[in-house]
Design a protein around this ligand. Structure first.
Ligand code: ADP
Length: 354
């Protein structure tokens, strides 16, 4: 790198320029003053005194300028060097790298942003590793089941009956559902899901989903409230909204015992409309509530796995809601107290059609 391209020598150069300008100005001023105000007899002595003073001042200013500019350059370049070295190590995959916070406010801001970025990268990396582990874990269960059936069939221990093949198909369906969910998750998280926005009445979708899922509820205790109110027009993708509601109401059915009840209520506010899915089921402990939207999270892994849940339905739903300008929240008073999941979507603005 050319010397002039290095920040250290630029700072030194700037300081030296100030010294040179000072010396030249002083020389010229002293010269002008000598010719105007000092008698010719005294001029040689005056020039001599000025020259000596200038030499001393120039040496002192140059030393001070050099020392201060080198110190200043060091104060700037050290933290920048640390950031460069850390970013190289991060590029090599060592995500635990952080830099010390320097004294100056501006460099502090750079170091803090760098550390924040490093922390986010580390978290993403941790999630990626966890995701691979989770996928492997999820695949292992149905694959082990299938392997068991095949070995049993081969050894003649398991009868080759319709029931056996039915069980095997059940495992294959689980695998397929998992793969479909994973594909949907990767698309929705990458923001690649193609949404077809249109203006529609959310009540129609809620009515359809409730009608579709009612046969799954033993005593039919699945009610839609607020059905007679004014239309709740939203601008969103109706299929995706239905998908979210199927997930929320489906979960409510899955985690509510047969004697329990599920209510779906629509509440329209000035700007948003909320679909509140409330159940009287098993509830969610307060300490696990913040995690229910995380990928593969299940409050009770054994129970959910046996009922076929992959633990990514809510993650997909939340991303879909966000993509449509909405949100989903979860609430529960604790185990055995039921749960409430609320989907909110912005009401359609006057000009939104489609
Ligand atoms: P799953 O397919 O396992 O249901 P979800 O992402 O839809 O995956 O839900 C994540 C977890 O949140 C579930 O495993 C369950 O523990 C909890 N959960 C979701 N909905 C309810 C509900 N209505 N009542 C109790 N727990 C619920």
């Amino acid at each position: 790198m050319r010397i002039w391209h290095q920040l250290r020598w630029r700072i030194v150069g700037a300081q030296m320029l100030v010294v040179v300008v000072g010396v030249v100005t002083l020389t010229v001023t002293a010269d002008v003053l000598a010719t105007r105000s000092v008698s010719p007899a005294l001029q040689p002595a005056f020039h001599d005194a000025v020259l000596r003073s200038l030499v001393v001042a120039a040496v002192a200013a140059t030393t001070a300028g050099l020392a201060s500019s080198l110190l200043l350059a060091r104060a700037i370049l050290r933290p920048l060097g640390a950031i460069t070295a850390s970013s190289r190590r991060i590029a090599d995959g060592r995500y635990d790298q952080r830099v010390a916070t320097p004294d100056s406010a501006e460099l502090q801001a750079v170091a803090l942003s760098f550390n924040q970025m490093a922390q986010n990268l580390e978290q993403v990396e941790r999630q990626r590793v966890a995701m691979i582990g989770n996928v492997a874990h999820e695949l292992r269960t149905p694959l082990a089941g299938l392997e068991g059936y095949l070995e049993g069939l081969q050894d003649g221990i398991v009868p080759s009956s319709p029931a056996t093949f039915g069980d095997m198909r059940h495992e294959v369906r689980r695998l397929r559902r998992l793969v479909d969910d994973l594909q949907a998750l990767s698309r929705v998280e990458a923001g690649q899901e193609q949404l077809r926005f249109s203006r529609f009445d959310l009540r129609d979708i809620a009515r359809r989903v409730v009608g579709q899922l009612r046969p799954q509820v033993m005593d039919g205790c699945l009610q839609l409230e607020g059905d007679d109110d004014a239309p709740a027009m939203v601008f969103a993708d109706p299929d995706r909204v239905a998908q979210i509601l199927v997930n929320l109401v489906g979960n409510a059915i899955r985690y509510t015992p047969p004697e329990g009840c599920i209510t779906v209520r629509l509440i329209a506010n000035p700007d948003t409309v909320r679909v509140v899915v409330h159940d009287t089921g098993i509830g969610i402990p307060a300490e696990t509530l913040p995690y229910v939207f995380e990928r593969f999270y299940r409050v009770d892994p054994s129970r959910a796995r046996s009922s076929g849940g992959s633990g990514i339905g809510l993650t997909i739903s939340l991303h879909l809601a966000w993509a449509m300008g909405g949100d989903i929240t979860a609430a529960s008073d604790g185990p055995g107290q039921g749960s409430t999941f609320t989907l909110s979507l912005p009401l359609a603005a006057a000009g939104q059609q489609g």
